[in-house]
Design a protein around this ligand. Structure first.
Ligand code: PEP
Ligand code: MN
Length: 339
């Protein structure tokens, strides 16, 4: 970090900057210029808060040289993280993890029927929400605890891994008892109390990108989970708010190589929420695999017309089975595999 002083900064201003750097446990290196001076923070490991300097008298600008996150960065860990899951599955290695299922758990027949269909097509995990973060309070809010019981039963009977969302701190522990991967949704990406709790949950965390969040914001949110002791974070690109109403969100596939260059964490793509339209999902799923995604999250419903949430973007089971075949082909071309 480089703190640029104003041309009229006094020696006292400069000394105050140096003193603050030293009080934070780093050393300061003063760079004298002809018009103005600057002070470099030496030994910054990513934890220095720029805002501490911007407010000081005599400071003109603060330039970040070190990235603001640490444990999620490629500098911290050069090798990609492979998150091990139950049943010998993993994500982040050569094998892709395809997670599929309905948006919400609705009833026993619906969840078992969909689970069996996605299992037969080769999905590695079932994803369905028992607790649903809905934009409107009048939309279906999920079955809650009864939905978790159904997911636990599906897991017992089919052996499918379960991915399901925790919406708040109070519910996280109960969700973590059932889930193999705890999902934190887009709306909660910056719920820092929830992220900290997820850092102590003892289960891998699927962290979805907030709809207005940049890649750096996503990585900083992941840093919360890692810094609480949980290294098993899977990022998820699910589309950001765009200007074009022809899709629900703007699926940012460039986030995949961006994340890969900045971080060692695996990243999945959710083309269902990313487009909001069933017809667009297969193409974007194939593109995500081609762009290097480590996994996919795809909404599939036995009967999308009757779905209580996100029916319009849910694939029919037959479409999903066909897509899995196509994904195997795309993955093979880039030296990866859909098991
Ligand atoms: C979901 O996964 O069903 C969901 C609500 O997603 P997001 O948090 O990305 O909107
Ligand atoms: Mn959904």
């Amino acid at each position: 970090m480089l703190i640029i002083l104003r041309p009229d900064a006094s020696t006292a201003d400069r000394d105050r900057v140096v003193a603050l750097i030293e009080s934070l446990g780093y050393s300061a290196h003063v760079v004298e210029g002809t018009q103005r001076d600057a002070v470099a923070v030496v030994g910054n490991d990513g934890r220095v808060d720029a805002a501490r300097f911007t407010a000081l008298p005599g400071v003109d600008d603060v330039i970040q040289i070190t990235r603001p996150y640490r444990m999620v960065s490629r500098e911290w860990r050069t090798e990609p993280t492979v998150v091990s899951l139950s049943g010998g599955r993993s994500i982040g290695g050569p094998d892709l993890l395809v997670v599929a299922g309905p948006c919400s758990v609705e009833n026993e027949a619906q969840i078992f029927g969909t689970a069996r269909a996605v299992l037969a097509a080769g999905a590695g995990a079932l994803r369905a929400g028992a607790f649903k973060p809905r934009t409107s309070p009048y939309s279906f809010q999920g079955l809650g605890s009864a939905g978790l019981d159904l997911l636990a039963a599906v897991r017992r009977e089919t052996g499918l891994l379960i991915v399901t969302e925790a919406m708040d701190e109070e519910g996280l522990e109960r969700v973590a008892e059932v889930a193999d991967i705890v999902q934190i949704g887009a709306r909660n990406m910056q719920n820092y109390a929830l992220l900290k709790r997820a850092g102590r949950a003892g289960k891998p965390v699927l962290l979805k990108r907030g709809m207005s969040a940049g890649v750096a914001d996503l990585l900083l949110s992941a840093e919360y989970v890692l810094s609480e002791g949980n290294p098993d974070v899977i990022l998820c690109e699910r589309g950001i708010r765009g200007a074009d109403p022809s899709t629900r969100n703007l699926l940012d596939l460039s986030a995949i190589p961006s994340v890969k260059s900045l971080s060692h964490l695996p990243i999945m793509v959710d083309p269902s929420h990313g487009t909001g339209k069933r017809a667009l999902v297969p193409a974007m799923a194939r593109a995500a695999v081609a762009a290097g995604a480590d996994g996919l999250l795809i909404e599939v419903h036995m009967n999308p017309a009757d779905a209580l949430s996100d029916g319009a973007q849910s694939l029919y089971p037959e479409q999903f089975a066909l897509l899995m075949e196509e994904l195997r082909g795309v993955a093979g071309v880039i030296g990866r595999r859909v098991p």
